[in-house]
Structure formats: structure tokens, C-alpha cells
Design a protein around this ligand. Structure first.
Ligand code: SF4
Ligand code: SF4
Ligand code: SF4
Length: 563
């Protein structure tokens, strides 16, 4: 199956926003990456528009479209009625001008097909005694086929406006390649079934065409006006299908847009709910004009509605031979439903031992801790996605390190007020005070090094300091944390080291003195037998003094280092 929604591993920041936004939780997080689960996903595209990192993208047939043009093949484009909003800062006519300039031979409105579909919806409504659910939104068809197979019998058994229009165009331009241009990722998948038969050659979204126009730095020089189609052009508006089909709204006729609302209605119908006769169903809240592939300067659904409605001017006749009938498949995938024991085991892992522990905060993207635990059991989520659990885990880990380290840790703010003394620092410097948070550091130690770091944002590393009033020698590292307005000092007790060095120093001093004495004594004896040794004695003396001064030098050097 074609992967229509792709996630960029490099961009995904593991924030769970897409999981939260997906009504079907069709996104699995694994190793910190959010991947769409094709067997659950209905291709509404909401995860694409909601991702703050732009990590998700719709993969359409834009390359096939440009290849066909490059090869000089006759290309006809069927444009979705949401074009009434234009694409980005380009008006519909400028977009058509661009397509014509690219070499597209014919541009027509998909709404011509929608007119045929609307007519058939009315017939179904008038003649059917059971529920009819509109089937023009492929994401709704996916939702029913994958999640509500019991409702397949209610889906209007006719082809969508896109497919109907493709048939109409193929009848007129038999040799042409028909591409569909619109705001919908689900149509990319829908078209796959018709590609083999050569009915539709591909689907491209407004967003990918816009990207190309920008890349080409397209300056609209040529615009081609093509009026929108009355009635059929209302299909992208919530309520527009009913209006186009001239089905009066009453209590049995409902317009439902948005996956959450549809799920609620479908659960009702699945459980034998009655009183519903016709459902205008659209996966995008507000209709296709809010589709994931839209690029519009107007973000408000009402301004988009207004733009689209005022664009419709042309009427097209109903053609009896369209739309063609279609059937649906049960595409549900059997999944292992976890047992209560398995769910509880996962809940336990994240510290939810009793129902009271289940905070249901939604931080993981799931509505409840239980829902998330089920997803973990199904391999669709990770234990680590639980935000309070990870926070607590990190806090306990950090506390463990800070509280058990033999190093003194001091945190102050930029005003040198104490924010944290860990237990070791308390033991060394607190002077028996129990509560020191908020007190000036100067009450306890000389704050000048901390002040320097706060002022310059430069770290002080491995500096040895004697706090004689506390009888302690430390080696300290002081580091700025400008993003938190804090300065952190980590001090290592080196008192023992310093004592050992001093002892060593004393020993080498004594050894030197002793060596000097021995040399002098030997020299005296040597003087007495000078006649025999002559120059050799002088050389021995020089060599021995050289050794002594070398040892002295090394000693001085090591004293400097320890300061
Ligand atoms: S919204 Fe989803 S895809 Fe985007 S960064 Fe967050 S987790 Fe990743
Ligand atoms: S396209 Fe829709 S159903 Fe599929 S993963 Fe994204 S939000 Fe969920
Ligand atoms: S409402 Fe329209 S744009 Fe949204 S999924 Fe359905 S057909 Fe596609």
C-alpha cells in the first residue's frame, strides 16, 4: 500500500501532538518516531496540519503530473471546488493560468461530477427506506470500511464526484491523462483503485502545486477565468451536499463533519440508533474547504465558505449515465485485544497501581491512562510516553544523584540568592541552618566567583579554594545556566589530597636537607684527598648540586600547581 502520509524522522520531535489530534489514534510511536498506521488511518490529514514541526507530509502524484507534461502527453485537470479560495496568494484564475502555461490542455471543475452525484443522492433519499450515508468523502468511506463495517450497507452505493468526473472527462478526452487537483489526502488513495484502469492518472494537492509555483517563482502573467459550478461547487462546504442535492434538512437529515462527530454518530447507528435518514458526512470539520492540502490565506471557515459560494456562476446539466454504482469492502484488521491483566501490567509500569493513580492528563496524546496502556499492549505506543511518569522518573533520578553525591552542589539565581544546597553543601556550609533557600550566598561563602560567572556567562573550571572557616579545601566548577537565570557550583572536597601533598612536600624537604648534608660531608672528605682526585671531585660536586636544584625546582612547580 502506498505510504501517503510520511513522517520525517529528522524533524519529528516526539511531542505527541499528532497522536492527540488523531481521532483514531492511528499513529504509533516507536523509538521516538511517530509513524502512521495504514490499517487504522483514514487519511483525513489532520496529523499533517497539526504537526508543529512540519514533520509530516502528504505524498501525492505531483511528479507523475510533471512527467506527463514533460513527455508532452495530453493532460486534463479536474479541479476540486475548494479552488474557490485560490491557492495561497494565487487566485483561482491565476492557478488556471499557471496550469495552462505548464501545458495542461483542459481544466475543468470536479463540481461537474458533483452535480451528477447530488442528483443521485436525492433519488436515494426519496426512494430508500433505510439510512443513506454520503460517500463523496473518501476518508468517511475509509472510516466505515476500516472501523464500522456494520454500516457499509448504509453507504451511498455510487462513485464519488472525483471518479464520476474522471469518467465524464475520459468520455470527452479519451486519450488524455486525467489528474485531480484538490485539498484531500484521502483522494490520493481513492484514485489508486482507478489508476490501473487508466481512469485517473494521479492526484495532486493544492499544497504541492503551491510549493512548485513558489519554487518556479511563478509571477502570474496570464490568468484563465473558469467560473465555478452552481450546486456541485457547494460540495466542499459542510451542509453544501444537502443543499446541492436539494434535500431539506429535518430531524432525520443531518450534516456531520469532523471525525470525532462522525465516530459518535456511527457508534449510535452501529448500536441500533434510529431516527436518521440521510447523513451528509465529511471527515474534515467544516468540509473539504478545511482539507489538509488546502493553502489559503483565509484560515476562518466562514470566510472560506463565502469565497467559494461567491465563485459559483455556471450551471451544468444532469447526465443520466452518471454516477456509476460502486461497492465497498470490509477492511477491518483483526487486532489482539489485550486482557485486563496485560493492561494492568502496563499501568503498573507507569506507576498507576490503583484507579486513583490514573490521572488521565492526556499528556501522552491519549484520552486516558487506560487507553494509552491498551495502545502499549498493541505495540502502538511506548511506556515512556507517559509524561508524569517520565517527569517523576527523571526527578527521582536527578534527586538520587544530587542527594547522594559526595560533591557539594550550590545553585544560585542571578541575584546570588540560594536556590539549592544539596545535602553535602548543607553539611559543609549551612552553619547549622535548616532553611537556606532564598538567603544570600554571601551569608555562607564568598560569592565573588559565582558573581563573575553570572556576569560574564563564562564558566570557572577546576579552581582550588580554601574555605578555612569551614576547614575544607575544594576544587570547584561554576557553570552558568543563562536560559534559567541560574548559576550552578559543583565542589569537590580535596582536603585529603591537599593534606597528602603537604606531607609529601615536607618529606621531600627533609630528604633534600639530608642529601645536602651528606654531599657536604662527602665533599669535605673529598677535599682531603684532593691531590688524588683533582678535577673529578669538582665534576662530582657540580653534578650533585645539579640534582638538588632539579628536585627543588620540581617541588616548587608542584606547589604552584596546587595553589
Ligand atoms: S506532531 Fe507528531 S510528527 Fe509532529 S513532531 Fe510531534 S510527534 Fe512528531
Ligand atoms: S491522517 Fe487522520 S487518521 Fe490518519 S493518522 Fe493522520 S490524523 Fe490519524
Ligand atoms: S472532507 Fe473533503 S478534504 Fe476532508 S477528507 Fe473528506 S473529501 Fe477529503
Amino acid at each position: 500500500m502506498k505510504e501517503i502520509i510520511q513522517t520525517s524522522e529528522a524533524r519529528c520531535q516526539d511531542c505527541y501532538r499528532c497522536v492527540r489530534e488523531c481521532a483514531l489514534k492511528a499513529i504509533a510511536l516507536s523509538a521516538g518516531q511517530a509513524k502512521v498506521l495504514d490499517n487504522i488511518c483514514v487519511l483525513c490529514g489532520r496529523c499533517v496540519t497539526s504537526c508543529p514541526q512540519g514533520a509530516k507530509r502528504i505524498v501525492d502524484d505531483v511528479n507523475m503530473f510533471f512527467n506527463a507534461l514533460k513527455l508532452g502527453e495530453p493532460v486534463v485537470v479536474s479541479v476540486a471546488p475548494s479552488i474557490g479560495c485560490g491557492i495561497g496568494d494565487y487566485s483561482p484564475d491565476e492557478v488556471f493560468g499557471y496550469l495552462r502555461a505548464l501545458g495542461v490542455s483542459t481544466i475543468r471543475h470536479t463540481a461537474e461530477g458533483a452535480v451528477q452525484v447530488a442528483h443521485r443522492y436525492k433519488e436515494l433519499y426519496d426512494n430508500s427506506s433505510s439510512v443513506t450515508i454520503s460517500s463523496c468523502c473518501p476518508a468517511v468511506v475509509n472510516l466505515i470500511e476500516k472501523h464500522y463495517p456494520e454500516l457499509i450497507k448504509y453507504l451511498a452505493p455510487i462513485e464519488s464526484p472525483m471518479v464520476t468526473h474522471a469518467r465524464m472527462l475520459k468520455k470527452e478526452f479519451f486519450n488524455a491523462k486525467v489528474f485531480f487537483l484538490g485539498p484531500c489526502p484521502a483522494k490520493i488513495q481513492e484514485a489508486e483503485d482507478y489508476k490501473k484502469a487508466g481512469l485517473i492518472s494521479g492526484v495532486l494537492t493544492f499544497s504541492s502545486l503551491f510549493e512548485k509555483m513558489h519554487k518556479d517563482n511563478y509571477k502570474p502573467e496570464y490568468s484563465q477565468p473558469i467560473d465555478g459550478i452552481i450546486d456541485g461547487g457547494l460540495f466542499p462546504l459542510s451542509g453544501g451536499v444537502l443543499q446541492a442535492a436539494k434535500i431539506e434538512k429535518d430531524k432525520g437529515v443531518v450534516e456531520v463533519s469532523g471525525l470525532e462527530a462522525l465516530i459518535e454518530l456511527f457508534n449510535y447507528l452501529k448500536n441500533g440508533g434510529n431516527g436518521i435518514k440521510f447523513v451528509e458526512a465529511m471527515a474534515c470539520e467544516g468540509g473539504c474547504l478545511m482539507g489538509a492540502g488546502m493553502v489559503s490565506e483565509k484560515t476562518n471557515v466562514w470566510s472560506r465558505r463565502e469565497q467559494i459560494q461567491s465563485y459559483l456562476k455556471e450551471s451544468v446539466p444532469y447526465q443520466k449515465e452518471f454516477p456509476k454504482p460502486r461497492s465497498y469492502e470490509n477492511k477491518t484488521v483483526e487486532t489482539h485485544e489485550p486482557t485486563e491483566e496485560e493492561i494492568r501490567a502496563v499501568l503498573k509500569q507507569i506507576g498507576k497501581n490503583t484507579p486513583e493513580d490514573e490521572t488521565n492528563c492526556g499528556g501522552c496524546g491519549y484520552k486516558s491512562c487506560r487507553e494509552k496502556a491498551i495502545a502499549v499492549c498493541k505495540g502502538q505506543a511506548e511506556v515512556e510516553m507517559c509524561v508524569p511518569y517520565m517527569k517523576e522518573k527523571f526527578r527521582s533520578f536527578a534527586n538520587l544523584v544530587v542527594n547522594s553525591t559526595p560533591n557539594g552542589i550550590i545553585v544560585v539565581d542571578r541575584d546570588m540568592l540560594i536556590q539549592e544546597f544539596n545535602p553535602t553543601a548543607m553539611e559543609w556550609f549551612s552553619q547549622g541552618k535548616k532553611f537556606i533557600k532564598g538567603l544570600p550566598l554571601s551569608l555562607f561563602i564568598d560569592p565573588s566567583d559565582f558573581e563573575y560567572v553570572a556576569r560574564t556567562n563564562q564558566s570557572i573550571l577546576n579552581k582550588r579554594v580554601i574555605y578555612s572557616e569551614y576547614h575544607i579545601n575544594v576544587e570547584k566548577n561554576i557553570i552558568p545556566l543563562p536560559e534559567y537565570d541560574l548559576v550552578v557550583g559543583i565542589m569537590r572536597d580535596i582536603s585529603e589530597e591537599v593534606r597528602a601533598e603537604a606531607e609529601l612536600d615536607m618529606i621531600s624537604q627533609a630528604t633534600l636537607e639530608k642529601a645536602t648534608k651528606v654531599i657536604e660531608e662527602n665533599m669535605r672528605v673529598a677535599q682531603e684527598i684532593a691531590g688524588l682526585l683533582g678535577e673529578t671531585t669538582a665534576e662530582t660536586k657540580a653534578t650533585l648540586w645539579e640534582v638538588i636544584s632539579l628536585v627543588k625546582k620540581r617541588r616548587e612547580q608542584s606547589q604552584c600547581d596546587s595553589r
